[in-house]
Write a new protein. Structure first.
Length: 344
């Protein structure tokens, strides 16, 4: 087995920096994944709260130019926007973040292969780490994950009682990383290590995704949406902090009177203008319908299309909601209705 010793982490960071890698890891303030360097080391405590902002921006930027255009007397010239690609490592990703990249890659490779997304993902190495955090908003066990899930990680770290980490290679990309930076890892013996024991209780399973999907399959109209929709502000904090929400808009922006750019910008189904037609008609003209879309997309539509639940149970949407909507509790109600209520 391979070990990453705590005293070797600075050497690994220095080696990555010297080789031109972009290094991201959790900062002590838990706000987001920060750039790591010699003066800013990653916080490797396995009981850290998940960052407020997810890691999806690594492969799916908030805003991205697709091409530039310039008017001239003889027409319009178009220049492709270069994709700034750099080898990147996400250091110490929690399971609920590590699993997200493979989930959203399906929609970016469905009827069209998104070149910039795929280039960024191909250059990303995910070093996941076992998690010992759990609060009332965590529900990873309800969506097929857990505190020790290895899904999506290229290399997976498990904390040891001596402060070191076991390092399990899971993918070819992880193998290449380990080979390139072999000097920072050492051989270990399974019999000589003691793994940290979880202090937190694993997130309780709050609902059955199969029951929820069954309810959504048969209950497009239901009074539950009126109850939740009346509370939702439509601010889209939930979508922007989510590791797998992926809605975007494409708009043309003027740079000057004779030039501009076509941009891909994050968007969200909770915004009132998201489905507004040019005619003025809006098929989701109130927040009730918009919240129904959010839940249905995550627990029915995406599963119908790609066989994946569009949620990793990280709880960010619930922690950050300004009016206290807890999606896991909403979905738990749907689960209960699937059992007790006659199907409509």
């Amino acid at each position: 087995m391979q070990l990453l010793k705590k005293e070797q982490i600075p050497a690994l960071i220095d080696a990555l920096s010297a080789n031109g890698w972009n290094i991201l890891g959790q900062g002590a303030d838990a706000l987001n994944y920060k750039h790591i360097d010699a003066d800013n080391r990653p916080d490797m405590n396995w009981d850290n709260q998940p960052t407020h902002i997810s890691a999806k921006e690594i492969v799916f930027p908030q805003k991205e130019p697709l091409f530039f255009f310039k008017k001239a007397q003889d027409g319009v010239s178009i220049a492709d926007a270069p994709v700034p690609i750099q080898k990147t490592v996400l250091f110490g990703a929690k399971p609920c973040d590590a699993a997200s990249f493979n989930i959203i890659s399906k929609v970016f490779n469905w009827d069209y292969k998104d070149e910039s997304f795929n280039e960024r993902l191909a250059n990303l190495t995910v070093i996941g780490m076992e998690c010992d955090y759990c609060d009332d908003n965590c529900f990873c066990t309800s969506v097929g994950l857990s505190q020790d899930s290895e899904k999506g990680s290229d290399i997976y770290l498990r904390p040891l009682t001596d402060g070191n980490f076991s390092a399990t290679v899971l993918t070819e990309k992880g193998k290449q990383f380990l080979n390139e930076f072999a000097a920072c890892f050492v051989e270990g013996n399974e019999a000589d290590v003691t793994y940290m024991q979880h202090k937190s209780v694993a997130p309780r399973k709050k609902f059955s995704s199969n029951e929820v999907k069954d309810f959504l399959d048969k209950n497009f109209e239901n009074p539950i949406w009126d109850e939740v929709g009346e509370t939702c502000l439509g601010c889209a904090q939930c979508a922007y902090s989510c590791p797998v929400c992926h809605c975007f808009d494409i708009v043309d922006e003027a740079c000057n009177v004779d030039c501009g750019r076509r941009m891909k910008n994050w968007d969200a189904c909770q915004f009132s203008t998201f489905t507004l037609h040019a005619s003025g008609h809006n098929p989701r003209d109130n927040q009730n319908r918009r919240y129904r879309q959010r839940v249905s997309h995550k627990f029915k539509y995406y599963q119908d299309k790609f066989g994946e639940i569009l949620c990793t149970g990280c709880g960010r949407c619930s922690r950050g909601c300004p009016v206290g909507i807890d999606i896991a509790e909403v979905v738990s109600v749907l689960n209960q209705l699937a059992i007790t209520q006659p199907q409509m």
